[in-house]
Design a protein. Structure first.
Ligand code: ZN
Length: 76
């Protein structure tokens, strides 16, 4: 069990830092259309900025308990 630090974006593996940069560069209305996918389960994920208690990571848009990548609490 671990936090996801990479995702798949248009067939390429990219880092969380890259994904955050892509998201931040996108217009607000474009952000929903950014197709970040979990490298393990292939489901849609979104990049999450680092917080007080954890480093930047990806979370599944819909929680996926079957995936090895965990989705930490929302206040993380
Ligand atoms: Zn996954």
């Amino acid at each position: 069990m671990s936090l996801a630090k990479q995702c798949k974006f248009f067939g390429h593996i990219i880092t969380i830092e890259k994904a955050l940069a892509i998201r931040d560069a996108a217009q607000a209305k474009e952000r929903k259309t950014l197709a970040f996918e979990c490298v393990k389960c292939g489901k849609a994920v979104r990049p999450h900025n680092s917080g007080d208690r954890c480093a930047a990571h990806f979370v599944h848009l819909s929680r996926n308990p079957e995936c090895i990548f965990i989705d930490p609490p929302r206040d993380c």
